[in-house]
Design a protein. Sequence first.
Lengths: 200, 90
Amino acid sequence: MKGSLTIIAFFIAGVLLSRFNLLPQRLVQSDYTLYALYFLMFVVGISIGSDKQALKALFKPNLKIMALPLGTILGTWIGVSFASLVIQGMSLPDCLAIGSGFGYYSLSSVFITEFKGAEMGTIALASNIIRELLALLLAPLWVRYFGKLAVISVGGATTMDTTLPVITKFSGKEYVVVAVFHGFVVDLSVPFLVTFFCAV
Amino acid sequence: MLIVVALMACGIITGYLLRNREFIRYTGKVVSAAIFLLLFLLGIAVGNNRDILDHLDTIGLKALVLTVAAALGSAMMAWLIFKYVYKKQN
């Protein structure tokens, strides 16, 4: 939760500073974002490449343990596809790109901002923060109505860090390993899937 | 778009080659710093955009509808997997 607050603080600081014209115009109307994003993707690549577990999950997927993360991804896509029918002004790829943040709001929103504009980026930021909150605040309800794995699926990419405590509490200790692996795989999928849906 | 994918692929190869170096441990911190910077820049773009500021309520509503649908969809898949994959094994 502390991480989320830091991130929101940076975002809000940017909003306020530019809203009240406290920044040099050069900074406001610049393309630094694109280069910062290129840098970020390169470093994300390094973090995947130097991580033995990440490489293993990427190149030697095990179908049995992959069932839940795949279900989370597929279920999210099904859900946002329905949502795209009722939300005006958002195409199916828009909804799929934002949904594929799976709660990893920082990375997905900066990405979507660059390729779909600041409005979609803001929706992505809000949507993925809400996803984390839905998992944290409604954990007992997900478990009661959809079973012990549901809060892990709703938690998406956050189940190896911020939402792990509530999962431990409401699904049980025996699901910690499932949750960590799930968070790991879903987290890893975010840069790939968001790029893909921004491109189509 | 291709540039991004290519950069990430280069990063994966670089990370693999340098995986035993000491400084690789700090990549997580560098990623966080880059993300903070980018969100600050996103904030600047939003604060400078009247169109978004005037429609924050509809933006929030869209985000909420989208997310509730995403959460319900994934919870239902989790329920199916719990029933047919996890329970069957026990």
